[in-house]
Design a protein around this ligand. Structure first.
Ligand code: ATP
Length: 235
């Protein structure tokens, strides 16, 4: 579903991502962890096609994000770390705008919006301007919009930040269901307990380089993910 081959991205003299290769298959929830400034957001933005990169290739379902950006973007959804949505729009206008862009058929669209918004208790707020939303409400709206067009791959940058406990629980359930139906998710998080419980596979990045990846069992062994992470950070 997602193949990253030798991705390298520099900002001026600084190598933010250094020769990173990773493969994410259908059905997998793949967690991406690393210290502040390790290169997670840079990697995720490169996959989403909103940041160019210097070397390597990123393939979404076999298609290059550089050569076929529109085709790739049709198949994926990206939730950034800050839900900077169009504040002047109402929630419902924003969701219809996103649905129009991705060609979600009008038939059944309202039901879909209602069903997803209901999960997060957001339905009654959809008539309000996004400017009046709290951070968590904006995050919920971004999640609803990502699920709206039935993507095959969802990329998320710290999706649990700002969500209340119920919304976090609902998101975890949605992630599992999405991948059980053949979707794939690649997401970053600093919450190692969540990653440990939720992820099938995990990748650890340090100073732009992938230092460990594989199934949760392989990466963790008999230790906790936190112990493994702290040990690798100390090396
Ligand atoms: P965090 O956990 O704090 O969100 P991260 O793992 O997502 O961090 P990135 O945002 O990808 O890290 O940053 C990786 C490196 O690239 C850092 O050293 C950062 O300072 C640098 N960097 C990121 N964006 C830019 C930019 N626009 N210009 C210059 N350097 C940048």
């Amino acid at each position: 579903m997602l193949t990253i081959n030798h991705l390298t991205k520099t900002y001026g003299d600084k190598k933010a991502v250094d020769d990173l290769s990773l493969c994410i298959n259908p059905g997998e929830i793949y967690g991406f962890i690393g210290h502040n400034g390790a290169g997670k957001t840079t990697t995720l933005k490169s996959i989403a096609g909103i940041l160019g990169f210097d070397e390597g290739e990123i393939l979404i379902n076999g298609k290059s994000i550089k050569d076929k950006p529109i085709e790739c973007k049709k198949e994926m959804a990206y939730i950034p770390d800050n839900p900077d949505l169009y504040e002047y729009m109402t929630g419902i206008k924003y969701l219809n705008f996103i649905a129009d862009i991705y060609g979600v058929p009008s038939e059944g669209r309202n039901d879909k919006i209602r069903k997803l918004s209901d999960i997060f208790g957001l339905t009654d707020d959809l008539g309000e301007a996004i400017a009046a939303y709290s951070h968590g409400m904006k995050q919920k709206l971004a999640i609803v919009s990502a699920w709206l067009h039935d993507p095959k791959l969802i990329i998320m940058d710290e999706p649990f930040v700002g969500l209340d406990p119920k919304a976090s629980h609902e998101l975890k359930t949605m992630m599992r269901e999405f991948c059980d139906k053949g979707g794939a998710i690649f997401f970053s998080t600093h919450v190692l307990e969540v990653a440990e419980k939720l992820c099938d596979k995990i990748a650890i990045i340090k100073n732009g380089q992938l230092i460990k990846s594989g199934t949760m069992e392989d990466v963790r062994g008999d230790d906790s993910l936190e112990e493994v992470f702290l040990e690798l950070e100390a090396e």
